[in-house]
Design a protein around this ligand. Structure first.
Ligand code: PAF
Length: 288
């Protein structure tokens, strides 16, 4: 069996030398932006990109601008060789791995800031995080010249921020979202999971379970505030150290919901377990 060919580009120039002829030839280009430490969730995005596009680029860049905590940035797993092997097998055409000097050369002075959907939730708990995400995603979309860009629904607020930016700036790219991939016990796949000790990993499964139970109670007519208060208590009782947020938001525009939802909603949470911050979200079916 021959291993499929995948080119690794580390500069914008190198990437453009490959992508520009694709665009001239009318090929559909897909990009899957990542920070590496790839798992099945990322690979499901790659498969979706392959199904929809003629050429697929995956980007790996641990973006310093979206980390509000230097120790979190330093601890972020970096596994380029293993990632490249997975992507080669998955039939990716180009792996783009710029370094920080390529992405933010001396004199770099532009920040993209999306108001509204970036406020509260992860934006509230991590100041500046979504400015960093929006800025780097905009650059990656422009650098790759992608027609379609693929994001996981696990980062639900991130998807809203990216969609708002793409609409507001008229970026010529279609944003495609794919469902959250989960481990057998329901824990959402995340690069951060590999930082959990065996004991913390066993406790982590409570997050999706508590969220599902809470969503069920809200759909059954329980007052959202009471159901969410119980869910917070359940997370702490299950061994989580702290809950950053646990909120009910409209699925379409992230507006906070106080009452029983009458349109599709999403229950979103971030919680700490042994210095690892996990996020997750589940759909809440509307009532009536
Ligand atoms: O979701 C991520 O991994 C990152 O936020 C992204 C979209 C690659 C931007 O750095």
């Amino acid at each position: 069996m021959t291993t499929p060919h995948m080119t690794i580009a580390r500069t914008v120039r190198g990437l453009r030398i490959i992508a520009t002829p694709w665009k001239r030839a009318g090929l559909r280009v897909g990009v899957v932006p990542t920070m590496g430490a790839l798992h099945e969730g990322h690979l499901s995005l790659v498969r979706a990109a392959r199904a929809m596009c003629d050429r697929v680029i995956v980007t790996i860049f641990v973006n310093p601008k979206q980390f509000d905590d230097a120790s979190d940035l330093a601890a972020y797993p970096r596994t380029e060789e293993a990632d490249a092997a997975l992507l080669r097998e998955a039939g990716v055409d180009v792996l783009y791995v710029p370094d920080a000097a390529e992405m933010y050369p001396p004199g770099f002075a532009t920040t993209i800031s999306v108001r509204g959907v970036s406020e509260g939730l992860c934006g509230g708990a991590r100041p500046g995080h979504f400015d960093g995400v929006a800025t780097v995603v905009c650059k990656l979309l422009m650098q790759t010249l992608a027609d379609h860009a693929f994001f996981g629904e696990k980062d639900f607020q991130q998807v809203h921020v990216v969609r708002r930016m793409v609409t507001d700036l008229n970026l010529p790219v279609d944003i495609v979202t794919c469902p959250t991939r989960r481990e057998e016990d329901g824990l959402a796949m995340s690069s951060r999971n590999r930082r959990l000790s065996a004991d913390a990993r066993a406790r982590a499964r409570a997050l999706p379970q508590v969220l599902q139970r809470c969503a069920g109670r809200i759909t059954a007519g329980e007052t959202p505030s009471a159901a969410m208060e119980q869910a917070r208590a359940d997370l702490l009782a299950a061994g989580f150290d702290a809950v950053d947020y646990l909120e009910l938001r409209a699925a379409s525009d992230l507006v906070p919901l106080m009452d029983t939802p009458t349109a599709p909603a999403r229950l979103l949470a971030a919680a700490w377990l042994d210095s690892v911050r996990l996020i997750d979200g589940v759909d809440v079916a509307p009532v009536g």
